[in-house]
Design a protein around this ligand. Structure first.
Ligand code: SF4
Length: 317
């Protein structure tokens, strides 16, 4: 079935739109149809830049995949120790780095690792000076620390030891609808926690694994999961608990969803969808006008542009 370009909404899409409308245009419009080798060169370029990642994101993604793998193996009755998981994850990081550095990604950009640090020849990835070794070590330590917390933190025991029959979601991308718009959500892990709540099965607990520091918008993301829980599992959003699990610090920031919080989150989503809809166009029919999507202002460029995948398109950074 042919893919059709349409407006959808997710918390990360909304963040892109707010941070830099031009980046949002590259991500969701100009890169559209850029996946074909014979695609329009501008679309192709935007698509390849979009597919790049950075070491913090790569390390975070690997931690998420390792935790999902832990649950998948438990489901099959196959234990996976902390040591085995960490070894697997560190090797994923190293092979991803090599794939990016040695150009193996070119054969299959959608399925391979291409680091923006390599693409832009950043100093931190220079192997001659030893900077790359120090930089890589940071992420080996991050992965080791995050998985150490997942396997050892007593606060996560009820999730770790939960039974497959109580699991509701594990990194499952899914959609539901709000204000006539498809909303994407990917809860990292959700389960019936029998030690909490008064219902027969306990309460629905949704966890979001975080491999970096707390960020603005983390709580908003959890509130969106409450709507997801209502739509997918038919549970009252107010009876779910949701938490950001900051694996590096061990902090578990729990949110008790209230009527006020839900109302406020709905208002924010409606406003965000309205703003996106005002500039939306059919990217199947044209590449649109980039001028409708302003670049981030010069005073925020240092922060937003220095790590942006699209620097070369904007001649910034
Ligand atoms: S380089 Fe800067 S202006 Fe260009 S898309 Fe990225 S953040 Fe926006």
């Amino acid at each position: 079935m042919a893919l059709v370009h349409e407006l959808s909404w997710s918390a990360s899409r909304a963040r892109s739109f707010t941070a830099c409308p031009r980046r949002y245009y590259y991500l969701y419009y100009l890169s559209w149809q850029g996946w074909g080798r014979s695609a329009d060169p501008e679309r192709r370029k935007a698509y390849l830049l979009k597919k790049m990642t950075r070491m913090p994101m790569l390390a975070g993604d690997i931690v998420h995949r390792a935790i999902a793998e832990y649950f998948a193996r438990r489901d099959q009755g196959l234990p996976w120790s902390q040591e085995e998981a960490t070894k697997w994850a560190v090797e994923q990081l190293r092979s991803g780095y090599r794939e990016s550095r040695d150009g193996a990604w070119k054969a299959s950009p959608a399925k391979s690792v291409r680091l923006a640090e390599h693409h832009y020849e950043e100093d931190r990835i220079d192997e001659g000076s030893g900077a790359a070794g120090d930089y890589g070590k940071r992420f080996v330590e991050r992965i080791t620390g995050c998985l150490g917390a997942f396997f050892e933190d007593p606060k996560l025991e009820s999730a770790r030891e939960s039974q497959p029959g109580d699991w509701l979601a594990c990194e499952d991308m899914s959609t539901f609808e709000l204000f006539g718009t498809k909303v994407f959500a990917v809860p990292d892990f959700a389960y019936w926690d029998s030690e909490r709540g008064s219902g027969e099965r306990g309460t629905v607990r949704i966890l979001d694994w975080k491999t970096g520091r707390p960020a603005e918008g983390d709580r908003f993301q959890l509130e969106i999961y409450a709507f997801y829980a209502r739509d997918h599992w038919g549970v009252d959003p107010r009876s779910t608990t949701a938490a950001d699990v900051y694996l590096l610090s061990g902090e578990v920031a729990e949110v008790q969803v209230t009527d006020e919080a839900l109302e406020s989150a709905l208002g924010r989503i409606e406003t965000s969808i309205g703003e996106m809809r005002a500039v939306h166009f059919d990217a199947d029919a044209s590449k649109g006008d980039p001028g409708d999507f302003p670049m981030v202002s010069e005073d925020r460029a240092g922060f937003e542009c220095s790590g942006c995948n699209f620097r070369e398109l904007c001649d910034r950074g």
